[in-house]
Design a protein around this ligand. Structure first.
Ligand SMILES: [Zn+2]
Length: 295
């Protein structure tokens, strides 16, 4: 078609065609996408590998995922402690990869070495919690790593990437202060979470997490465990139990049914947070949900 040919010709002539190719970044989980997107901003696109509702602890790569990984300029993942399904693939990829957390030894493996599905948070919690996005200041450090890596891949964008990082940093520090203030009134209100994903958030804001139901969100606690949890909830005077949108919580609802304990929601994967709301919007959502339940 004549018109199409003309359009292509115009596009080739337009000054934009001389700009560099847009950056193509892919992250494994949504919270990382929110952070990387703040750094990349108008310079390109940041995709997310693991779809909403799927767990990074158990995922199988599809052929389309492989195409996405190969077509990207940079792949950002946490590391083998979080996305174990990706370990082999990463080693075989030609695409540059940024790993945010150093691999732990198998003995320290957070999500696989605990057979007990009920644990108190103040003991026997060895290993590193791989949910790194739950600590805002750790994430700031990782955003810096992302900025440096992208500047290496695309030096002509280095100045803009640095500006984007500075804007992200300012927004994050302000948000962090605001949440610190917001949650300071709840530091002595105990709660229980569904899976062990929030310890970094809890530590950062000095909250009182009493226990978690499971280290593996795909594995529901059995009858014996539930009885134990029931006793524990009374004993520890938990004010709230947080469930997650990704997992069925009937079992937990039954446990809490006849107790003066509220059910709240905490999403460890930022499923319904938009790119516009961003990482700070996600932190605010977590803080808001904690406040609503502990009030
Ligand atoms: Zn997890």
């Amino acid at each position: 078609m004549k018109n199409v040919a003309g359009l292509v010709f115009l596009l080739l002539l337009s000054p934009f065609s001389f700009a560099q190719e847009p950056l193509k970044v892919v992250t494994t989980v949504k919270p990382l996408q929110l952070v990387a997107n703040a750094i990349v901003a108008d310079l390109g696109d940041v995709d997310v590998l693991i779809p909403p509702g799927a767990s990074p602890h158990h995922y199988s790569l599809k052929p389309s995922d492989m195409r996405l990984l190969r077509a990207s300029d940079l792949v950002i993942w946490i590391g083998p402690d979080m996305e174990q399904f990706l370990s082999k693939t990463i080693q075989q990829l030609d695409t540059p990869v940024l790993q945010l957390l150093d691999g732990e030894s198998e003995e320290q493996h957070h999500h696989h070495d605990h057979e007990e599905s009920v644990e108190y948070t103040d003991h026997d919690h060895h290993g590193v919690d791989p949910h790194v996005w739950m600590d805002p200041l750790d994430m700031l450090h990782m955003a810096e790593k992302i900025t440096d890596e992208l500047s290496k891949q695309a030096p002509h964008h280095a100045v803009q990437l640095e500006l984007n990082f500075e804007a992200f940093k300012q927004d994050l520090l302000v948000t962090d202060q605001r949440i610190e203030t917001q949650l300071s009134a709840y530091q002595d209100k105990g709660f229980v979470v569904f899976h062990d994903a929030f310890s970094r958030f809890v530590e950062h804001y000095h909250l009182k997490q009493l226990a978690f139901f499971t280290v593996d969100p795909a594995r529901a606690p059995g009858a014996k465990k539930l009885a134990h949890i029931q006793g524990m909830l009374d004993e520890l005077e938990a004010r709230c139990v947080f469930i997650e949108p990704q997992f069925k919580a009937e079992v937990i609802q039954r446990v809490v049914a006849d107790k003066p304990i509220r059910l709240g929601h905490l999403d460890p994967l930022a499923i319904d947070v938009t790119l516009e709301q961003g990482y700070t919007g996600y932190l605010q959502q977590l803080a808001q949900n904690i406040e609503i339940c502990l009030k």
